[in-house]
Design a protein around this ligand. Structure first.
Ligand code: XMP
Length: 522
């Protein structure tokens, strides 16, 4: 394992992913973890991440007392990146000062020192472009350390103490703006640290199956709510592989789902994945509760409450049938949701592991006392897709766009029962698929506006609804940009919608990024 101690850098997750992409398992721990926590992972290498702090700040985070001695005693290699380098320098007796000129962005560095391990032998004089982002710099190195690369301004760009197996890079090798960064990381892990590239998704899957089997006793039952999304489906499929039909899934059709969603996902669950699923069609129940409700948060609360009632009933029925309450709940929580990272000074340092709420409802009833099984909690989204592929989840399903729990309730602005969002959405999505654009878009949907405008259709004037098309590109939904369709595509979609959907006479496109907008409209 390569352990990354996080000191708050925006690139910490990226380092983890880059290392995993080399088939080496890597985990993130908070930079302020105890020595016991760090050593319990038995790492071969520990990377100290960058961070927004200055090592001189009063509450600057640091590795625990005895860390360096522990690493040396156990043959563990240590690499500090940016703030991590400065921590090493300062804690081992060197001097870090505020740099005269701050270095941000692309810089050229030159490799110094004939014996440099981190760059490899015989590379003295070699220049490379790297991505820097720091204010402080190492002025005097601790005893036994050597500068092995310098920036054009003469600042320390890399250092090492080969005898003690401690290394530092002032720049970020993990970003693509450091073109040779991955080569350096690879060389460091494989040639310097002797790590082997033997981590595979299959191993993680087998490991998780063992853990599930050790956790769930042979007479215990497990429940899982399937949303139709990738995470809950992959999580359920994995648990099913481990414990078979002691897993009980529920899929609730709340009448707010995508076009023909129930048929489509039930087909995948049952025919492709052989999951034991109870499908509850509660459309009328949900829609009657939502009639006349216009406030988005009230809509979300109603949906959440109704969902809990149904889930509760499902659990009680299982109890009657098996003479025992279900003991566990499967959740598709991902690694980014649980990573314990190091927050900036001044913020709350206690990490709360929030349970991913079903349909954003703020959790399940407390008296249910279910223990959680979160088999994806070490994985990033793209790794979940890879695991899904190994578990034979159809590829088309794994590439589905995300869909919000409250579904159409937040896509028909105002009273959800007043709008015909479903048909409009299907025309838009199908056109995107036909144009081969589905996989280039993070999320696309139609928003049904309560606004009516004047139109002329046939020989008659109409006073009908406006529909907005929203399509965005994004990495993680946190920020997003609007997708730029060709005019011909938009023209076709607009025509199709107005010609075939009753009550719509105008189509507009949303051309705002996030921020300042959000992806959804409510
Ligand atoms: P926003 O609109 O905040 O959305 O930019 C970011 C991502 O979250 C989804 N989203 C939701 N998902 N319940 C959900 O389960 C919700 O209430 C909700 N609101 C937004 C949204 O679709 C996008 O992928």
């Amino acid at each position: 394992t390569v352990l990354i101690l996080d000191f708050g850098s925006q690139y910490t997750h990226l380092i983890t992913r880059r290392i995993r992409s080399l088939n080496v398992f890597s985990l993130v721990l908070s930079g302020t973890s105890s020595l016991k926590q760090i050593s319990s992972h038995n790492p071969r290498v520990v990377i100290l991440s960058g961070g927004p702090h200055s090592v001189h700040a009063p509450d600057a985070p640091s590795f625990p007392e005895g860390f360096v001695e522990w690493a040396e005693g156990n043959g563990v290699h240590v690499l500090g990146i940016c703030y991590g380098l400065q921590l090493i320098v300062q804690r081992l007796g060197g001097v870090v000062v505020e740099g005269e000129s701050k270095e941000y962005g692309k810089m050229e560095i030159e490799v110094k020192g004939g014996e440099s391990e981190i760059f490899g032998k015989g590379r003295v004089g070699e220049k490379q472009v790297v991505w820097m982002s720091h204010g402080d710099e190492a002025l005097k190195l601790p005893d036994g350390f050597e500068v092995v690369a310098q920036s054009a301004q003469g600042a320390v760009a890399a250092l090492e103490n080969r005898g003690r197996r401690i290394y530092g890079l002032q720049y970020h090798p993990e970003v693509t703006h450091s073109p040779k960064g991955m080569e350096t990381l690879k060389h460091f892990l494989f040639d310097v640290c002797g790590v082997s590239a033997d981590w595979k998704m299959e191993d993680l899957m087998e490991e998780e199956i063992k853990v599930i089997n050790n956790t769930v006793a042979a007479d215990e039952h497990v429940i899982c709510a399937l949303s139709g999304g990738v995470d809950s489906t992959v999580a359920a499929t994995l648990v099913h592989k481990a414990i078979g039909d002691r897993l009980h899934c529920i899929f609730v059709d709340n009448g707010l789902l995508r076009y023909k969603e129930q048929e489509r996902v039930m087909d995948t669950f049952e025919r492709d994945l052989h999951l034991p699923v109870t499908c509850v069609d509660a459309s009328e129940q949900f829609l009657s509760q939502l009639k006349g409700v216009v406030d988005p948060e009230t809509k979300r609360k109603i949906i959440g409450k109704e969902f809990i009632n149904i889930f509760d009933q499902f659990a009680h029925e299982l109890e009657k049938k098996h003479g025992k309450k279900p003991a566990f709940l499967v959740q598709g929580t991902l690694y980014p949701d649980v990573i314990e990272s190091c927050p900036p000074p001044g913020t709350d340092r206690t990490h709360s592991h929030t349970i991913k709420s079903h349909h954003n409802v703020g959790g399940l009833p407390k008296d249910m006392k279910l223990k959680l099984i979160e088999p994806l909690k070490l994985l990033f989204k793209d790794e979940v897709r890879e695991l899904g592929r190994i578990l034979n989840v159809p590829v088309g399903f794994l590439k589905r766009h995300p869909f919000p729990g409250p579904g159409l309730a937040v896509r028909v602005l105002g009273d959800v029962t007043q709008g015909n969002a479903l048909e409009v959405d299907e025309i838009f999505i199908q056109s995107i698929r036909d144009a081969g654009l589905y996989d280039s878009i993070w999320q696309a949907f139609a928003v049904f506006l309560p606004v009516r405008s004047v139109g002329v259709q046939g020989d008659k004037r109409t006073h009908s609804h406006v529909v907005a098309l929203r399509a965005v590109t994004s990495q993680d939904g946190m920020t997003a940009d609007w997708f730029n369709f060709e005019h011909k595509f938009l023209d076709d979609v607009s025509r199709k919608i107005c010609n075939s959907v009753q009550g719509v006479n105008r189509v507009v496109q949303d051309i705002t990024s996030k921020p300042p907008s959000t992806i959804e409209w409510e």
